[in-house]
Design a protein around this ligand. Structure first.
Ligand code: GCU
Length: 416
């Protein structure tokens, strides 16, 4: 009886907590105590000692991520065709801009933007989704204006779900095409909303519904993050067919919500040579068990479509989850991973993102690699680590020229 009363009280206080306006904690003394699951611990309690055993364990973790957090990743192959829409010489002959249309199962199209350096050898490329349409990445007038729902739709640059001329290049600082071309890299991007519009009912018109039959999955068996990650991975299928691209040197990146999608894409597809999580925060690189900044309750209430439907049940019960972000990042091993934070973006919990990388170290070591190594949380604008790299820069939630300088340097050292 006592137990029952206790349980009812607990339930009551949890409900009350859920109804109160959310106040994020930014006090290190209140992050709470927790024990992180050991990525190398098998279900029988023994510890993994070899890469061979880790590869088996990896599949087990991947299954748990599908089951608890992101939903299933479609395994079925789908017919895919592509068409070149336009090809433009840009940057005074230093690069070519391509617009391709990718078609899935003959009925679902997405538009891919590619900017490739004009060189004779195959080039490494960065690939990442964008928030508000390909036209925001550059002011070039040949890029079609995106005409589906995006998170920018409350801005004057968007009218009735269509990006206006004024939206061209509005986020070019996040893409830094000139910098990339000068360093010998190409860049590939697609609007995330081309795979699924970023809203609660976005699945109705996205790949989760339109391609449900072909993919053999119902919309509620996966998530928006799943759809975005799937889209990235199918774009890699296409990039493998482009002769100018070195498909062994594709570097995946994502900012914020699209950083979460990038991590999920990167663990599901080993073809990425490296993965970059830029301020991916809660549901991305940050340890969820830390009560700091955004938390699992807040994210699953604000963005229910991002995760598998049962994930919200772990709100204020993060300790019951079988994993945390360090295990997601362990699944990238031994490939290089870069985790980046900004001091003005405490919502994403920089320390939690660093800790996620730190706790993935053991798996990198199994492959004979040093991740963050023995580094403590670094000073501002001071990247640390080797196969797992980390920086916290000055400034706010964004991906900017400083970040790109570090990513190019990282790729030069570890990929080129
Ligand atoms: C919100 C959300 C974050 C997300 C961010 C973004 O702030 O709470 O989880 O990363 O949007 O995508 O910019």
């Amino acid at each position: 009886m006592k137990k029952l009363i206790f349980l009812l009280c607990m339930l009551g206080s949890m409900q009350a907590m859920a109804q109160q306006p959310f106040v994020a904690n930014y006090d290190e003394n209140k992050v709470g105590n927790f024990t992180l699951p050991n990525p190398l611990k098998k279900t029988d309690g023994s510890l993994i000692q070899s890469v061979k055993d880790w590869e088996i364990q990896r599949t087990y973790w991947l299954g748990l991520y599908e089951q608890y957090m992101f939903g299933k990743m479609p395994k079925k192959k789908i017919a895919q065709s592509y068409q070149l829409i336009s090809k433009t010489n840009i940057m005074a002959g230093k690069a070519t801009q391509y617009i391709w249309k990718l078609t899935f199962a003959g009925k679902y199209d997405v538009t891919v933007l590619g900017v490739l350096p004009n060189v004779k050898t195959k080039v490494p490329v960065f690939i990442g989704l964008n928030f508000c349409g390909n036209q925001t990445t550059s002011s070039d007038p040949n890029i079609p204006l995106f005409d589906k729902f995006t998170v920018c739709n409350n801005k004057p640059d968007y009218v009735n779900n269509k990006g206006q001329e004024s939206s061209r290049g509005s986020w070019s600082s996040r893409w830094q095409f000139e910098k990339l071309i000068a360093a010998g890299y190409g860049s590939i991007t697609i609007a995330c909303g081309d795979f699924e519009e970023d809203k609660a009912d976005g699945y109705l018109t996205g790949v989760r519904s339109v391609l449900a039959k072909e993919l053999g999955l119902q919309a509620d068996e996966w998530s928006a993050n799943g759809a975005w990650a799937w889209g990235l991975n199918r774009t890699v299928d296409f990039l493998e067919k482009i002769p100018q691209i070195d498909a062994k040197r594709i570097i995946l990146h994502g900012h914020s919500r699209l950083g979460k999608a990038a991590l999920w894409a990167g663990v599901n597809d080993k073809r990425y040579a490296a993965v970059i999580s830029n301020e991916s925060g809660e549901g991305g690189a940050a340890i969820s068990r830390r009560n700091y900044g955004e938390n699992l309750w807040r994210i699953t209430n604000s963005f229910p479509h991002w995760f598998y439907k049962d994930y919200k049940n772990y709100a204020y019960k993060e300790n019951d989850l079988p994993f945390d972000s360090h295990i997601l990042m362990s699944l990238i091993a031994p490939r290089p991973i870069y985790i980046a934070s900004a001091v003005g973006d405490q919502w994403s919990d920089p320390k939690g993102e660093f800790m996620g990388g730190q706790q993935a170290e053991a798996v990198y070591q199994l492959y004979g690699k040093t991740g963050l190594g023995k580094n403590d949380f670094p000073a501002l604008n001071t990247p640390v680590g080797q196969q797992i790299r980390y920086h916290i820069r000055e400034g706010n939630h964004d991906i900017n020229a400083y970040d790109w300088d570090q990513y190019i340097d990282f790729a030069n050292k570890l990929i080129k």
